[in-house]
Design a protein around this ligand. Structure first.
Ligand code: SF4
Length: 328
């Protein structure tokens, strides 16, 4: 590991100012960044440790939603009484990720900012446009089993690896962000992560000096919530495909269908056309097929990950069938 400066700022403003400098990076739970530093994938000159800043409260909001501080651990969030009762899709998604030890350290903000687990990204001797712009993408003609089938570019086909943000996307959460000039902004979690395009080194919309301060959940809605994660083994593995769903029925028709997908793209994938298609219709195998057609219209496999396209279709159908109690 290379030498670096380490600072524990005593205010949010100080943290923002320090982290805006070239070569500076924020650190919270240290469950991803330290691994990447050991591999020489990340080589910050200055680590700004935000742990002294508090920001770990989980509290009700005036509109009936929930504010989860950026430094609330994944364990604290998944175990929180209101998360378990009103936002079970979030609790389930968090508990489907990593291990208990990692969840005890990992934070809301850090989880959102975790980096891809692409094999080439973590090997400095391999080509990777995300790690070293212009060096090429080893995965496109190489090891691509975990890689994306939606929203890819000829620069990068990596997936966003997390589970928690997939549930947050289905819930329509927003991310509260502070900047170095003392201002704040809110970004929908659906817009927080970026597609690779021509700038695959950018994972999300954060600018230098910006610090995530909280995640805001809207008031809870009616409906069954579920998170289904398909992976190579039953624990400590990233999603091949995952589906977060909030589905409500009114009589024999679907009254609400908020869906988001993991394992398919460089960001949690949310396609508002699915909700439009499903809402107001009677659930059936044919309707679920139509939804999968829409979801996967632009899907493209890269050899090793071709299987994800039919897997996403089947996983979506299974989730919708369970939520609507429909035989398929
Ligand atoms: Fe790098 Fe993205 Fe290609 Fe992986 S898929 S090698 S992260 S550019």
């Amino acid at each position: 590991m290379r030498p670096f400066q380490y600072t524990r700022p005593d205010s949010l403003t100080h943290a923002s100012q320090l982290s805006g400098d070239d070569g500076a990076m924020l650190i919270a739970g240290a469950t991803n960044l330290v691994d990447l530093m050991k591999l020489q994938v990340e080589t910050p000159d200055h680590l700004v440790d935000v742990n002294p800043l508090g920001m770990a409260e989980i509290e009700d909001t005036d509109d009936g939603g929930l504010r989860i501080g950026a430094l609330a651990t994944n364990t604290a969030t998944a175990n929180h009484a209101r998360v378990r009762s009103d936002y079970p899709v979030l609790a389930r998604a968090i508990l489907a990720g990593a291990t208990q030890q990692l969840r005890n350290r990992a934070t809301m903000g850090g989880n959102l900012c975790q980096r891809t687990r692409c094999y080439y990204f973590t090997k400095p001797e391999q080509p990777c446009n995300k790690r070293e712009p212009g060096s090429g993408c080893g995965a496109i003609d190489g090891i691509a089993r975990l890689h994306a089938v939606l929203g890819t570019s000829d620069q990068c086909i990596a997936t966003y690896p997390g589970d928690m943000a997939v549930a947050l996307s289905a819930l329509g959460a927003t991310v509260q962000i502070a900047s170095a000039d003392g201002g704040e902004r809110s970004v929908s979690v659906r817009d927080f992560h970026l597609l690779p395009g021509d700038t695959p080194w950018r994972d999300n919309v954060l600018q230098p000096g910006e610090v995530i301060i909280a995640v805001m959940l809207p008031p809870p809605v009616e409906g069954r919530q579920s998170y289904r994660k398909v992976r190579e083994r039953s624990s400590y593995a990233f999603a091949l495909v995952s589906v977060a769903a909030i589905v409500a029925m009114e009589g024999d028709t679907i009254a609400r269908a908020d869906l988001a997908f993991g394992g398919l793209a460089h960001k949690p994938w949310h396609d508002p056309r699915l909700s439009d298609l499903l809402t107001g219709k009677a659930p059936s195998a044919a309707l679920f097929d139509e939804a999968a057609d829409l979801l996967l219209q632009e899907a493209r496999g890269y050899g090793e990950n071709d299987f994800k396209i039919p897997l996403a279709r089947r996983t979506l159908a299974a989730v919708l069938a369970e939520a609507t109690e429909t035989e398929i």
